[in-house]
Structure formats: C-alpha cells, structure tokens
Design a protein around this ligand. Structure first.
Ligand SMILES: [Zn+2]
Length: 85
C-alpha cells in the first residue's frame, strides 16, 4: 500500500494513479487528493488529458476493424505515457 501523507500526492503518485482514476477505482479520499493535484499542477493535468484521449481513441478504434499494427502502435504509445518523465 502506498505511504500517503495527509492531503498531498506528488506527481509520481498521480502518474501511477491515472488509470485507476479514469476507471473510478480510487478511494474517495484519494480521488479527492488526485483532483486537487490535477487542479494545481499543469503538467499532470496535461498528462491526464493525454491518457484520457488515448483511452477514448482506443475505445473508438476497438469498435471498428483496424490493422493490428496500428493497434499495437497505440498500445505502445500508451505504455510509454505511463512512464514518469
Ligand atoms: Zn503533478
């Protein structure tokens, strides 16, 4: 379990929690902390947006036939985004 201080997440933790956040899998208090961080940190705000758009794009693409290599490419991009800078 994460060693969490009162009310602050750092950027590293936010990056790790992004997918859980988008799946609404976070505890309410952690979600609140996440949203506070996103609201005050432009870098993480941009990151969240990018991940969100990628997921939306993947979902859209999943509904239609596509070349396997395109899907693979997108998954790789997504995987790279998960790495902290
Ligand atoms: Zn941040």
């Amino acid at each position: 379990m994460m060693n969490m201080k009162n009310d602050e997440l750092n950027c590293q933790e936010v990056v790790e929690l992004v997918t859980d956040y988008l799946e609404q899998a976070l505890l309410p208090e952690i979600q609140a902390q996440f949203e506070v961080h996103i609201a005050t940190c432009p870098g993480c705000d941009t990151y969240l947006e990018q991940v969100q758009q990628t997921i939306m794009m993947l979902r859209k693409l999943a509904k239609q036939p596509m070349f396997p290599e395109t899907k693979q490419e997108l998954l790789e991009i997504f995987r790279n985004w998960k790495k902290p800078n």
